[in-house]
Ligand binder design. Structure first.
Ligand code: DHB
Length: 315
């Protein structure tokens, strides 16, 4: 089940998505998190953040909308209080997700984490839809994306992952900018900007009005974006995210070009979903006589020439 993600060797391709798995410890009470391929922490910012006002989560058809506002303990408390648990883990790689309001803030975060032995990789959240500054502002502009990824690249030897926003016209433009600026891998997609309405009270369901839509509702969009990016950048490893609930969902992402996957919203429905996906994936590979998950990557059977179909793919 081992896979390579840039320089990193993961014991299996199943990771957990930032913001849905706390700092790892919370879920360790429910199952042995050592079995995961990688743990991606909640976004960490330089200073602690209290998050957005409630209500900030709402369940929608086949998904949910959230606007947490990057609530987190901040870098210093993360290093002191959360890293000790993560440091002890044997199986999974530890990826720290970073959120900054400026390039300088991302660079400071990356520099501090460079001193931290057990941090295997950094995932840049350039796609938070719920913050006034930073986040999505970087991820919707190829120049800002390239500048941010390039500046962080210069201060870290850790595996560097850019997490892309789907809230763009052509995700391949942003993907290329991140890859050329030195990202080792790309994770896609983050949540889709969305609104839910209470028609009786004429009120938005979320205090900040807009939030990020996740879950099975976005899976077809995520598959399309992974497929588009893999077609133009076949060499860069992709981490597929978006409504993965079952091993079969993971297989769909791998066929479209993902090397690994992150399980997010499913964790709220079934905290053991990532384990079930690891086991299910093993079973699917063995039934097909495949010896590695690698054999699935990009194997979607598509016509040689796609005529008359808008691909929205640049170059
Ligand atoms: C939040 C951040 C995200 O990156 C996202 O996709 C959704 C919500 C948040 O913290 O509000």
């Amino acid at each position: 089940m081992e896979i390579k993600l840039g320089k990193l060797h993961l014991q299996n391709p199943v990771m957990v998505a930032s913001g849905t798995f706390g700092y790892g410890e919370e879920y360790h009470r429910l199952f042995d998190v050592n079995r995961l391929g990688a743990i991606v922490t909640k976004s960490i910012s330089l200073k602690p953040r209290p998050g957005n006002p409630a209500p900030r989560i709402y369940e929608t058809a086949s998904g949910m909308i959230n606007s947490i506002g990057l609530q987190n303990v901040g870098l210093e408390a993360f290093l002191k209080k959360k890293m000790p648990f993560l440091r002890k883990l044997k199986g999974p790689k530890v990826i720290v997700n970073l959120a900054g309001e400026s390039v300088a803030e991302y660079v400071t975060l990356a520099r501090r984490l460079e001193e931290c032995e057990r941090v295997d990789g950094l995932e840049l959240n350039i796609s938070c839809p719920n913050c006034e500054r930073g986040g999505i502002q970087f991820g919707v502009d190829p120049k800002l994306t390239a500048d941010l990824v390039g500046r962080v690249r210069r201060v870290t030897r850790r595996t560097l992952i850019a997490k892309l926003s789907p809230n763009v016209t052509d995700i391949t433009v942003i993907a290329r900018a991140a890859a050329e600026a030195g990202a080792d891998a790309l994770s896609l997609i983050n949540t889709l900007l969305a609104i839910a309405v209470d028609a009786k009270r004429w009120l938005p369901r979320i205090a900040t009005v807009t939030g990020g839509l996740s879950g099975p509702a976005i899976k077809p969009v995520a598959l399309r974006m992974v497929w588009q990016v893999h077609r133009v950048l076949p060499k860069i490893p992709l981490i597929g995210i978006g409504g993965i609930m079952t091993a079969e969902d993971a297989v769909e992402f791998m066929l479209c070009g993902a090397t690994a996957v992150e399980v997010g919203t499913a964790n709220y429905v079934n905290p053991k979903a990532p384990l079930e996906i690891i086991e299910g994936l093993k079973a699917i590979l063995s039934t097909r006589g495949l010896t590695s998950p690698r054999s699935l990557v990009g194997k979607l059977k598509t016509p040689q020439k796609l005529k008359g179909v808008p691909q929205m793919v640049s170059g």
